[in-house]
Every structure is written in C-alpha cells, then in structure tokens.
Design a protein around this ligand. Structure first.
Ligand code: NAD
Length: 340
C-alpha cells in the first residue's frame, strides 16, 4: 500500500472548481491540494486565502510543469478539456477531467490515444452519478437481475431556472444542453443497460424562457431518444427552467420490474401535510443533490492514482457518451434522426 500523500493541483476555480478544490483541500484523504491555476486573479486569491494553496498559477503550461504535482484536476471550460488533459498526461501527471471529455469525437480520440501511451497514469472523466449511493444501489439491483432484462432508461437532468442566465454565458463553451446536461444521463443509460452500442438518435427542443440561447443554436428544454443495438432505448429530457428546484431523476425499466431514482427531488425527509396539501422541500442545484457523490468521486480518483483501487469508468465510456451527445445535438439542429 503506497504511503505517500498524493500531491494534487486544480485548474479552473469557477462554479464547480471551487467545490472540488474545497473537497480536495479539506475532505479527501491521502491527498494534499498544493497548486491551483486560473486566469482570474480573484480565483487564485480564493485558493490562496481560503484553501492555503501557495503554488498559484495564471498560466496553464507553467502549472502542469510543476514538478511537485502528481495529479491534476481539470474543472475548466469544456472547450479546453481535450488539449489540457493531453498536455497534463504528457507532463507525467494523473488527470481527472470534468465531463464531457470533449466537444467532438476526434478530440476525445486524441485524449484516448495519449492516455494509452501513458498506461501508468490515471485518466478519469467526472461522471459523478457513478459515485452516487442511490445510483450505485440501483446499478447493483440491475446487475443482480432484480428487474429482469433492462431495456429502457428514462432519465432527466433538470435545473432550476436561473434568472441571471449563467448558462447563457456558458453556452459558447458548453456544447449545448445535451452535451452539458444529458451527457450524464447518456453515460448512466449505457451503464445501466450494459454498454450497448448506440445506433441512432432523434432530438427536439424548445426555448421556454431564454431567447438569447438561439444565438448559440441551443435550447433551454431538450428531449431525445437514443436507439441501441439489441432493442434497448433511452429517453432523455434536459431543462434549464424548472420552477421548483433541481430534479435529476431516472427510471430503469426491465422485463421483471422498474427502478426509480431521485423522483420528486426531495432535499430531506420532512413532508408537510396541511390545508394546502402535502409537500416537501426540494434540492436547489446539482451540487446539493450530488455533494456526497462528488466527494466519493474525488476519493476514487485519489485511490486510483495511489494504485489502491481500479476505476470501472473508462475514457472509452466518456468517448461513447460524447459520441451519442453529439449525434443528439446534430439531430436537434437538423430535425432528423442522426446516426451515432
Ligand atoms: N459533473 C457535474 O455535474 C458538473 C457540474 C458543473 C460543471 N461541470 C463541468 O465542469 C467544467 C467547469 O464548469 P463550471 O460550471 O465550473 O464553469 P465556470 O465557468 O464557472 O468555471 C470555469 C473555470 O475555468 C477557469 N479557466 C478558464 N480558462 C482557463 C485556463 N486556460 N486555465 C485554467 N483555468 C481556466 C475560469 O477562470 C473558471 O474558474 C465544465 O466542463 C462543466 O461541464 C460538471
């Protein structure tokens, strides 16, 4: 068992990067957050002042050249993922990169090629739901045959409406709603269905509240159907405009039963029943819903880098999720079914 503490650096200290950085600095065992990189001075100051990180980089190339670092966590805009992951692997670092791996198949394949050339280094993509206790519980039931043969996954990622429109500014680098949100449901569907090959996708969408998305060819509500070899299907819904809160939920339907995860998005176990009806509080955003899973994900990355635990989630899975998400996005734009 390796005893050395893993020295980790993080690039990207935005909405999610700050959360990952806090988890690495204070809540992940066997690692030390020693460096941080961001082009934004206030984000570097956050890492220095709030997390006690002393090695602060404005420049990404200088960051990955830091000889102190064993591993890097990339929480940067999606359009940068492929080139940054490749540069970090070539610099000899283990790499965790947020989802999606890249915004085109060629970039995903470039990362896989470089990762294959560096087999001693871990390369992991952040499909956080694979580390969520409820999804793991559902997966164990499916794997044990409890619902018979699973043939349909119906899954949604729905965010509470953000009147500030963060995701409108984010749209130029996110790849659109399907690559940004549904890519989680796509990976989940492949996982639950036993990694079948995807054949064809069809999508539609609408803009309910945020007309500025039209400039990016994006929508704030999108629906898609994915057909897999052997008859399995996935039905996906993604929304940016929920009134009540964040609702990620999934049904896995099999020949002998059905599993439901996350229905109604309850944030705790209190249900109020009174003259107005029966109701409960709702999780407000993805981080509140998946905080435990994000912590388990970072722990799994550190354990894999230290050689303690192999990862079942592979770069090939991330490539397939991007391939399917891209076919869905093409279909949204063409209005026609698209081959995956
Ligand atoms: N797993 C999930 O559920 C989940 C949730 C949210 C975001 N994400 C992913 O995380 C990534 C970041 O999303 P976000 O919402 O935090 O975005 P964000 O825009 O809030 O943060 C991006 C960060 O990257 C920094 N940055 C920009 N260029 C950089 C460079 N060249 N080098 C280093 N840092 C640079 C920015 O300063 C900022 O700190 C995206 O790929 C997104 O898909 C995943």
């Amino acid at each position: 068992m390796p005893s050395r503490i893993l020295k980790v650096g993080i690039a990207g200290l935005g909405r999610l990067g700050q959360r990952h950085a806090q988890a690495l600095a204070f809540r992940t065992r066997h690692c030390e957050l020693v460096a941080a990189c961001s082009p934004v001075a206030s984000e570097r100051a956050f890492a220095g002042e709030q997390l006690g990180v002393t090695r602060l980089y404005e420049d990404f190339d200088a960051f990955i050249a830091d000889p102190e670092l064993d591993a890097v966590v990339l929480v940067t805009p999606t359009s940068l993922h492929a080139d940054q992951a490749i540069a970090a692997l070539k610099a000899g670092k283990h790499v965790f990169v947020e989802k999606p791996l890249a915004l085109n198949v060629e970039d995903c394949e470039r990362v896989l090629t470089v990762a294959e050339q560096h087999p001693a280094q871990v390369a992991m993509v952040g499909f956080v739901r694979r580390f969520d206790p409820s999804y793991l519980n559902a997966y164990a039931s499916v794997a044990a045959g409890e619902i018979g043969r699973p043939f349909l996954v119906r899954s949604q990622t729905c965010d509470q409406n953000d009147p500030d429109g963060f995701f409108v500014r984010f749209a130029s680098t996110s790849g659109g709603i399907f690559m940004d949100c549904s890519v989680h449901d796509i990976d989940l569907a492949r996982w639950m269905l036993g990694r079948p090959k995807a054949l064809r996708a069809f999508a539609s969408g609408t803009i309910a509240l945020h007309p500025a998305l039209a400039e990016f060819g994006d929508v704030d509500n999108g629906m898609a159907i994915v057909e897999f070899e052997g008859g399995a299907r996935a039905v996906l819904y993604a929304s940016r405009t929920m009134a009540h809160g964040h609702e990620t939920s999934t049904e896995v339907i099999g020949t002998a039963g059905k599993l439901s995860v996350g229905e109604h998005a309850a944030s705790d176990r209190v249900v109020r029943s009174d003259a107005h009806g029966v109701r409960h509080a709702v999780v407000k955003d993805f981080y509140e819903r998946f905080e435990t899973a994000f912590a388990a994900e970072m722990a799994a990355f550190v354990a894999a880098c230290r050689g303690e635990q192999a990862l079942t989630l592979t770069l090939a899975d991330a490539l397939e999720a991007s391939r399917i998400g891209l076919a869905i996005t093409r279909s949204l734009h063409s209005g026609l079914p698209e081959a995956v």
